[in-house]
Every structure is written in structure tokens, then in C-alpha cells.
Design a protein around this ligand. Structure first.
Ligand SMILES: [Zn+2]
Length: 171
């Protein structure tokens, strides 16, 4: 019983940590803060493991995701908030063609290819908060906008919204 209470308390701390970190990231951050946060997150995960929490438990998974989120943001350049939409690169209705060939010549990869304005050279890697890392391979959108290659129209609609965006240099 004590163990269950300890777990519930630890899980509450974990959730609070993750939420606090997201607020911090929105307000601006530097690499020192990110490293400090990674240590915090790692220690919280270790605490849960000591309490016997399974490695696949959502609380531990959330901490691991937060650790990687911090890692991606290191050395990243914050661009601002972008209007993000999705497109199916193999749909003639979306693209006027269905071959999946992007403006860069690369074959579009769903969940990885994005279209941005000419301000961003092909090959630029960006991190969209909550969505992951993508590569600029396509054009057709104006400044302040990003179009993400998706598997389906349902996925396109699901991700449509405004997101914080960074340029990352993680190769
Ligand atoms: Zn379409």
C-alpha cells in the first residue's frame, strides 16, 4: 500500500516536471537549462525505477521523451510559431500530381518531409514541438507556414495547428 502511494506521488511529480518544462521551453531557454532539465528528468526516471515501475510505464516513457526533446533543442535556433498543415504527397488533389517527387527532387517521406518557403534551403532540419524532426525537401508554402507530408488526409487534419519551431543541427 505504501508503495502504491509512493508511486502515485512520484507519478504526480513526474507529470508536474514535464508540464513545467514545456512552459519553460515556450518562454525561452538555453543549453545549460536544457542540460539541467535532462538531469532532473533522468533522476525522476531513476526514482520510478527504484520504486519498481516498469520500463514501459507511461510515466517513464514520458520522461524519456522529455529527455530526447531537450536533447533535440540543444544548439537549436528558435524560429517562432508556425502555422502547420499536412499534405499527402501522393495525392493528386493535394499536389496536382501523385508521384511523390518533391521540389528538391527527393521522393517524399511521410512524417519526415516538409515544405517551407525559399528562406530555408533544402536539407534544413527542423524540430516541430510535439511532432518531431523533419527535413525541408519541398516548396509551395509562404513564410510562417510549414506543410508536413502525411500518410493520409486524416493525419493531415490531425496535425493542423500552430506549433513552436526550431532549426536543429543534429545531422
Ligand atoms: Zn489529397
Amino acid at each position: 500500500m505504501k508503495k502504491i502511494i509512493a508511486y502515485i506521488l512520484a507519478a504526480a511529480v513526474v507529470v508536474a516536471l514535464v508540464m513545467a518544462g514545456r512552459t519553460t521551453a515556450m518562454a525561452g531557454f538555453d543549453d545549460t537549462e536544457l542540460t539541467a532539465r535532462q538531469v532532473e528528468v533522468h533522476e525522476a526516471a531513476e526514482l520510478l525505477r527504484e520504486l519498481g515501475v516498469n520500463e514501459n510505464d507511461p510515466a517513464i516513457t514520458a520522461l524519456q521523451e522529455e529527455w530526447w526533446r531537450c536533447d533535440k533543442l540543444k544548439g537549436a535556433r528558435y524560429l517562432g510559431t508556425y502555422a502547420v498543415t499536412g499534405y499527402d504527397p501522393y495525392c493528386a488533389h493535394c499536389c496536382g500530381k501523385a508521384d511523390g517527387i518533391t521540389a528538391s527532387g527527393a521522393v517524399a517521406t511521410e512524417g519526415y518531409t516538409v515544405a517551407m518557403s525559399g528562406d530555408f534551403p533544402f536539407g534544413t532540419r527542423i524540430y516541430i514541438e510535439g511532432l518531431g524532426v523533419f527535413e525541408v525537401q519541398d516548396r509551395g508554402v509562404g513564410p510562417g507556414k510549414i506543410d508536413v507530408a502525411c500518410d493520409s488526409h486524416a493525419d493531415c487534419y490531425a496535425l493542423t495547428g500552430r506549433y513552436k519551431v526550431w532549426v536543429v543541427n543534429d545531422g
